[in-house]
Design a protein around this ligand. Structure first.
Ligand code: HEC
Ligand code: HEC
Length: 456
């Protein structure tokens, strides 16, 4: 380094002292705004990382101010229909696209905040603008400073409670039955200052990521969660042992995949349409027990069990390239071990083909109480707290939409939810499920402008 430059860096702290330091959001760390609304049966959690903003902080006076904006159209709750409803009916993003937090002071002032490595607390005082209404707020925050390559970093975490009626956000007609009146908002931001600015230039510690939310806590879709621990039969260094471990590995699929073989297949000896596993659920596809010794797999499309698995990876696990040869072999070895009978009857794929052409008559004339139990049995291997998808919420869905998803009648989004064939989930049971999940016109969570006719 040239001496003059070195000098400039060394002098920078003194030169800059007294001038507020501009801090921008650190592009290398996710800023996160998370809201949750308590509900009797469930909690709605939404996350947005579409945050922008800038603040200024004066290390000498310990005062800070600034503005943080959140794009309300980018909140995700894990259920697409609910996201749409939140955008349209709750936030009304067409008219009020953003929430804005203007901070004008810290209470108490925090001089020397930028000394790295310790948590300091203060309330951010300012105003929140939401839904066209501006109100004063006080947000308890904790800050922690560090530095990277001579630039100061500050993480800021805070929590505030918003009564959405205070902001003129209408309660959708029946919503009050389902939801609490308060929204708890959590904020996790990371700021970065200009190079050579005062304070933290003295310490080279990087900001620990623990300052932000734990990723598992952020995503409402807990696709990071692994299924419960299984008792394993085979040693990890044998082909069958490796195959056994691959069975609950979402990494077999492509980017964004959350499913594993065990999301869809049981491995026990099934009777009729399937055992109720130890967790009380019935999987959407048939058990892999004896699969290796069926005369035909996937209607003959797959020459062996490993190739059948690769086909599933392509169809359902977002892996267009299937599974590589080595892991196909390992899966095949394991499937061989759970196929004790020399011959096993082939699956009847005509049922699956027929399923995809059969609509459901009177979809909401079933028994909602039975439907509730059946949802636990058929759907909760994937739709549950901590599973692949968040729990299904009654009153949120259109009847027709549920039927076409479960039967794959038309449009299927990412093909991650498998079709339930008529033999495993007969019409009468699907009708109960749909009746329970669709709710009725009076108890629907959102009264849509153009509700799809529930009964034809
Ligand atoms: C999203 C659900 C889903 C996932 C994930 C999935 N499968 Fe499948 N699999 C199916 C469906 C549906 C079929 C068609 C037959 C049926 O309904 O069981 C099938 C068929 C098969 C077959 C052929 C059965 C036969 O007799 O024709 C095998 C073997 C198989 N899967 C193994 C696996 C393995 C191993 C994995 C993990 C790599 C896996 N599958 C992942 C849904 C899935
Ligand atoms: C093997 C896992 C799995 C099972 C079992 C499963 N689902 Fe799903 N479901 C998904 C996935 C994954 C999605 C997200 C859409 C996609 O990626 O295809 C989804 C989406 C949905 C949606 C749309 C929600 C939204 O995001 O708007 C509905 C409704 C639904 N499932 C209903 C059901 C019902 C009813 C059952 C039981 C009969 C069921 N699911 C069983 C995996 C599953």
């Amino acid at each position: 380094m040239r001496p003059s430059l070195l000098l400039a860096v060394l002098l920078a702290p003194q030169v800059a002292r007294g001038a507020p330091l501009p801090l921008t959001l650190d592009p290398s760390r996710l800023a996160q705004i998370r809201f949750s609304i308590a509900a009797p049966l469930d909690e709605i959690v939404g996350v947005s990382t579409a945050v922008s903003g800038q603040v200024r902080y004066d290390d000498a006076t310990g005062q800070g101010s600034g503005r943080i904006e959140v794009d309300l159209s980018r909140f995700r709750t894990g259920i697409r229909l609910r996201d749409r409803d939140l955008r349209k009916e709750f936030f009304q993003v067409d008219r009020y696209p953003k929430a804005v937090l203007d901070v004008d002071a810290l209470d108490p002032a925090l001089p020397g905040l930028l000394a790295p490595g310790r948590d300091v607390a203060a309330d951010a005082l300012g105003s929140l603008t939401l839904h066209g209404v501006t109100r004063r707020v006080r947000v308890p925050m904790t800050f922690r400073a560090g530095s990277r390559a001579g630039r100061p970093l500050v993480s800021a975490k805070g929590k505030l409670e918003v009564r959405y009626e205070d902001f003129g956000i209408p309660r959708p007609r029946m919503l009050f039955l389902k939801l609490g009146r308060r929204v708890e908002v959590e904020i996790a931001l990371a700021f970065v200052g200009p190079p050579g600015s005062p304070g933290p230039a003295i310490a080279a510690v990087d900001l620990p990521d623990a300052g932000l939310f734990h990723p598992g806590a952020v995503l409402p879709v807990a696709h990071l969660a692994r299924p419960r621990r299984r008792r394993l039969q085979f040693a990890a260094d044998t082909p069958e042992g490796r195959g056994e471990r691959l069975l609950d590995d979402p990494g077999l699929g492509g980017p964004g995949n959350a499913l594993t073989c065990l999301s869809c297949h049981a491995t026990g000896d099934e009777t009729e349409r399937g055992d109720v596993g130890k967790d009380g659920t019935i999987r959407p596809a048939w058990s892999l027990w004896d699969a290796a010794h069926r005369p035909k797999l996937w209607q003959g499309l797959a020459p062996d069990a490993g190739s059948a698995a690769a086909l599933c990876a392509r169809l359902f696990m977002l892996a267009p390239g299937g599974i590589d040869r080595g892991r196909r072999g390992d899966l095949g070895a394991y499937l061989g071990k759970i196929s004790p009978d020399d011959v096993a009857p082939p699956l009847d794929y005509r049922v699956l083909a027929m399923t995809r052409k059969t609509g459901l008559k009177d979809p909401v004339k079933g028994d909602p109480a039975r439907g509730r139990a059946l949802v636990a049995r058929f759907c909760e291997s994937c739709h549950a707290e901590g599973a692949v998808r968040p729990p299904l919420t009654p009153g949120l869905y259109e009847a027709d939409d549920i039927v076409s998803r479960v039967r794959w009648l038309d449009r299927v989004d990412s093909h991650q939810m498998p079709p339930f064939d008529l033999a495993r989930l007969p019409d009468a049971e699907l009708r109960d499920i749909v009746t329970y999940l669709a709710g009725n016109e009076k108890t629907r969570i959102f009264q849509r402008e153009h509700p799809v006719a529930a009964t034809p």
